[in-house]
Design a protein around this ligand. Structure first.
Ligand SMILES: [Mn+2]
Length: 199
């Protein structure tokens, strides 16, 4: 499936390195988008983000986001821990999983998002993944708690992913925490409706 991913990730004000990291991976069949928010910020959080990113880039990419989350949990054992959201998209659908203080929002889709409490690398009671249809024209928005959970997305729905990402990030990011926000648009060219407008 044709898809478009745009993201922004910035460290907290005064920090050079970010404890948030975004990883995008594609193989022939699937695309994975992951947002990781290591606990705290600064160098120690950034070191945890490095461990998480290395794992997400190198581990075998499964169909099920819950499986990737499970192996990430193991990879982060012994660190201060992190929250993360992972979506894996293929022709057959979207698999997603979120643990801890992260957000996954959908627009134009019926993907039944839910999140699991816990801290990766420390304690997670359950890692339930969700599964939904990869509907053309739908949008997934993943962000860390460095972006306000009260952020509203409706008014940028019509914008291309890059512009929507920039607009949301600029108005909803918090200066005192690392912040990351990613937008994944499924088959964005199919978003043009029969009446010539965006649907
Ligand atoms: Mn954070």
């Amino acid at each position: 499936m044709n898809l478009e991913i745009e993201y922004l990730c910035e460290p907290a004000r005064g920090e050079l390195r970010s404890g948030d990291v975004i990883v995008v991976r594609r193989d022939e069949e699937r695309t994975m988008l992951a947002v990781v928010d290591s606990l705290g910020h600064g160098d120690r959080a950034a070191d945890v983000a490095d461990v998480a990113a290395a794992h997400l880039r190198e581990a075998t990419m499964p169909t099920d986001a819950g499986e990737m989350m499970g192996s990430l949990h193991d990879a982060l054992k012994g660190t201060r821990g992190a929250a993360a959201s992972i979506c894996i998209v293929g022709e057959d659908g979207v698999s997603g999983c979120g643990v801890g203080n992260v957000e996954i929002r959908t627009q134009g889709s019926n993907v039944p998002v839910f999140l699991n409490p816990g801290i990766l690398g420390q304690h997670v009671r359950q890692m339930r993944a969700f599964w939904g249809e990869a509907r053309a024209g739908s949008r997934l928005v993943l962000f860390s708690d460095g972006v306000s959970a009260r952020a509203r997305f409706d008014d940028v729905r019509h914008l291309p992913a890059a512009e929507a990402c920039r607009a949301l990030f600029e108005r909803s990011r918090k200066d005192h925490d690392d912040a990351s926000l990613a937008i994944l648009d499924l088959a964005p060219q199919d978003r043009i409706g029969t009446r010539g407008g965006l649907v």
